[in-house]
Design a protein around this ligand. Structure first.
Ligand code: HEC
Ligand code: HEC
Length: 303
């Protein structure tokens, strides 16, 4: 603060505290003329309401005095009186630094321990899971849901089903979180309405749903010519390209005829942001452990 502003603030503080303190000293002594019945003589509502006159209660005077003492004490101890730093030398920056250091002193040994564990071990460690869950709720739940069940309307995958677009090994999960993932499914409307219909029926047949045999038979050669490049020769997916398995009952965008048709006709571009810039390596490691735990737990209960 420049010295001009400092004096401005000092002036304001002195003026405000001075004026209110003068009022405080003057008010209990002030004599207000009263009538013999103890009222001031002011009358409202045709005489129904008369203005009484009472002295300030003692507790109010004591409380106000205590407040003045606290205000002056504060201005001596803490910053507030222009550039005067306060005798305690307190700043919000120093308080934050102290709190951060105290937090780190508690957390560092824990992070040191978890950093040395592999992802599978983290999934089995209660303390690591608790930390991972906190990080998941703060950074991932907005898209993946609090329980990690995903959202088919937005193409966000379920992380608890043990099925992976980009691989479920510890390294794959870590890469998904740190570098993000983008699924690129091109739109195929240019193939024509009839061909898209055939492809839809063939995809339905792959996943064991009811389908129209003639239409699916027409779609099969086109699927084998184009779609296998990313979805694998049998439609079972290719993790390196993020091409999902189309033969299971697990769908990123839904497995109804309409949803499959929309996927094929309009394409899909799911995007998982890279969180490496926002989260530390230690946090990403804990998250990978937590995601591993979610998928292992989902495997054992949901199927
Ligand atoms: C903005 C929404 C969003 C946020 C936030 C987000 N994700 Fe994702 N995540 C996605 C989408 C969408 C995909 C699928 C990408 C694709 O289509 O290939 C995905 C994919 C993944 C995958 C790969 C799944 C697989 O089947 O291979 C993992 C693992 C994952 N996310 C974990 C996380 C974790 C952990 C966090 C929090 C640190 C997180 N995500 C935050 C949207 C999000
Ligand atoms: C360039 C690679 C590529 C090609 C070629 C491709 N796909 Fe895809 N497909 C993907 C990817 C990647 C996804 C997942 C999109 C995402 O992550 O958002 C996907 C998603 C889908 C889905 C949605 C799956 C779900 O779980 O909801 C269907 C259905 C599908 N593709 C069918 C086809 C068919 C049929 C063809 C051939 C005409 C085809 N794909 C060609 C890469 C491809």
């Amino acid at each position: 603060m420049s010295s001009g502003w400092s004096w401005w603030v000092i002036g304001l503080v002195v003026f405000n505290l001075g004026v209110t303190f003068c009022l405080f000293v003057w008010a209990p002594r002030a004599r207000v003329p009263t009538l013999p019945d103890g009222t001031t003589g002011h009358v409202w509502a045709d005489g129904t309401l008369r203005e009484g006159m009472h002295r300030l209660p003692r507790w109010w005077i004591v409380a106000s005095l205590a407040m003045y003492i606290m205000a002056f004490g504060y201005l001596v101890l803490y910053p507030g009186f222009g550039n005067h730093p306060g005798t305690l030398d307190w700043t919000s920056g120093k308080e934050l630094a102290a709190a951060t250091a105290a937090n780190a002193a508690k957390l560092d040994p824990v992070l040191h321990r978890t950093a040395a564990m592999d992802v599978e071990a983290l999934a089995g460690d209660a303390q690591a899971r608790r930390l991972g869950e906190r990080l998941f709720v703060d950074n991932c739940a907005g898209c993946h849901g609090r329980a990690g069940l995903g959202n088919p309307r937005l193409g966000v995958p379920n992380l608890t089903d043990g099925d992976w677009l980009h691989g479920g090994a510890a390294q794959d999960i870590t890469t998904s979180i740190r570098d993000g993932r983008s699924g690129v499914m091109p739109p195929w409307n240019s193939l024509g309405e009839q061909t898209v219909k055939g492809l839809v029926q063939y995809v339905l047949s792959l996943s064991g749903q009811t389908y129209e045999a003639d239409s699916a038979a027409a779609g099969e050669p086109i699927f084998k010519a184009i779609c296998t490049a990313c979805h694998g020769p049998e439609g079972k997916g290719i993790a390196q390209l993020g091409g999902p398995n189309l033969t299971d009952a697990i769908w990123l965008y839904g497995g109804t005829q309409e949803a499959v048709e929309t996927s094929i006709r309009d394409g899909r571009q799911g995007h998982m942001p890279a969180l490496g810039a926002r989260l530390s390596d230690g946090d990403i490691h804990l998250l990978a452990g937590y995601v591993h735990h979610l998928s292992a737990r989902g495997n054992s209960t949901a199927r």
